[in-house]
Design a protein around this ligand. Structure first.
Ligand code: ZN
Length: 342
C-alpha cells in the first residue's frame, strides 16, 4: 500500500521509455530525457535501472551490483521479458564496458519484477560468452514461485535454495572483501529475503531490504505480525544505509537512505494505522467493506493495482487485530460486523 503519493512521474517515465511511439506528445512537452544505463553509487555498488515502472514498482526495480573485480553479485534480476528489454540493454552495456560477469544473482522474492528477469540475465551471459551466473533464492514453493518457474521452464535447474545461514563473499580490488548475507523477512511474502552487505575496509554495513521497505511511506504485506517482527529485527541490527529497490526517482539520495530513520518511520506508520483502525471501529460498528471505504476515503484507488495493495494491507491489519482478539466479528446476515473488544 502506498499512501498519498503522486504517481504522475512514474507514469510519464513509463510512457517515454516503454511506449515510445505513442508518447510523442508527452515527450515533446517534457523534452528528451537522458537515458540512465547504470550509475556508480559507491566504490563497490552499481545501480542498474530495471526500466519497469508502474503504480507498485514506482520508477521500476532498482537492481544493485556489488563488487569491483571480474566476478560480482547482483541483488534481484529485474522484470519478465519483454518488459525487461531496456534493463537487459543496460546490463549488457555495463558488463561490456566494465568487463565483468555476474557470478551470483540473489533474489529477494518470487515476484515478476524481482525474479522475472533471472533467465534473461543467464541468457545474456550465454550470448556474451561468459560463464553463467548462479541464481539463489529462498525456495518455499509458494504460488508466486510456482508461477515464475512455469513461465520460465529451464530456470528451476539454475536456482539454488538459500536461507539466513548462507553467505556470499565478493572479492574487491585491493584485497578487501564484501560479505552479503540473506536475512529472512517473511512478513511481506513467505519467501522474502532482505540482504545485508558488510565490508570492513570500506566501513559498510548496509541493508538491501527488498520489498520490505520502499521509497514510499509504506508497502503492502501478507502477514502484519511477521512484517513488524521483520522491521524490528532489522532495526536492532543497526544498519547504516538502506538501498531501496523501488523509488520515485533514480536520484542517489532517494535510493540510498539512512537506515535508522527509514526503518523507524516504517514501524511508526504501521503502529499509527493500527491505532486508527481501532479508534475507528471503537466509534461505531462497521462491516469490513464500510470500514475499508472509511479508512481509504481520501485515497485515489482508481488504479486496480493500488486497490489490490490497499486491500492486502487492510486485511493484514484487520487479521492481526482479530488474531490478537482486540477486535471481534459479529455476524449479521451475510456481512461481517466488526466490533472492538473492551
Ligand atoms: Zn517489488
Amino acid at each position: 500500500m502506498i499512501i498519498g503519493l503522486n504517481y504522475s512521474n512514474c507514469l510519464i517515465h513509463r510512457t517515454t521509455f516503454s511506449i515510445r511511439v505513442s508518447s510523442f506528445s508527452v515527450q515533446k512537452r517534457l523534452g528528451p530525457q537522458k537515458r540512465l544505463y547504470y550509475q556508480q553509487l559507491e566504490e563497490n555498488i552499481i545501480h542498474v535501472p530495471g526500466e519497469n515502472p508502474n503504480a507498485a514498482a514506482l520508477r521500476g526495480t532498482n537492481c544493485f551490483i556489488i563488487g569491483t573485480t571480474q566476478e560480482r553479485l547482483m541483488i534481484d534480476s529485474g522484470d519478465v521479458p519483454p518488459i525487461n528489454a531496456l534493463f537487459i540493454e543496460n546490463l549488457r552495456k555495463l558488463l561490456l564496458e566494465q568487463k565483468f560477469r555476474l557470478k551470483d544473482v540473489v533474489i529477494s522474492h518470487a515476484i515478476a519484477n524481482h525474479f522475472g528477469g533471472a533467465w534473461s540475465v543467464i541468457q545474456l551471459h550465454r550470448e556474451l560468452g561468459l560463464e553463467l551466473p548462479r541464481v539463489h533464492k529462498k525456495l518455499d514453493n509458494n504460488n508466486y514461485e510456482r508461477d515464475m518457474f512455469r513461465m520460465s521452464r529451464y530456470l528451476r535447474d539454475h536456482v539454488r535454495h538459500i536461507d539466513s545461514s548462507c553467505k556470499f563473499t565478493v572479492d574487491e580490488q585491493g584485497g578487501g572483501q564484501s560479505v552479503i548475507k540473506p536475512i529472512e523477512t517473511p512478513g511481506h511474502r513467505s519467501d522474502h529475503c532482505s540482504y545485508s552487505l558488510t565490508n570492513t575496509s570500506l566501513k559498510q554495513k548496509h541493508l538491501f531490504p527488498g520489498d520490505m521497505i520502499l521509497g514510499s511511506p509504506s508497502v503492502s504485506m501478507d502477514d502484519l505480525s511477521l512484517y513488524l517482527d521483520d522491521l524490528r529485527r532489522v532495526e536492532a541490527m543497526d544498519f547504516d544505509k538502506l538501498y531501496l529497490v523501488h523509488t520515485h526517482t533514480h536520484e542517489p539520495e532517494h535510493m540510498v537512505v539512512c537506515a535508522k530513520k527509514k526503518i523507524r518511520a516504517y514501524i511508526e506508520y504501521r503502529e499509527q494505522r493500527e491505532q486508527l483502525l481501532q479508534e475507528t471501529i471503537n466509534k461505531k460498528r462497521f462491516t469490513r467493506e464500510s470500514l475499508f471505504d472509511m479508512i481509504y476515503e481520501q485515497e485515489d484507488l482508481s488504479d486496480p493495482l493500488r486497490m489490490k495493495l490497499a486491500l492486502t494491507s487492510f486485511n493484514s491489519h484487520l487479521n492481526k487485530l482479530l488474531k490478537e482478539r482486540k477486535v471481534r466479528l459479529l455476524r449479521e446476515g451475510l456481512s461481517e460486523i466488526l466490533h472492538i473488544v473492551k
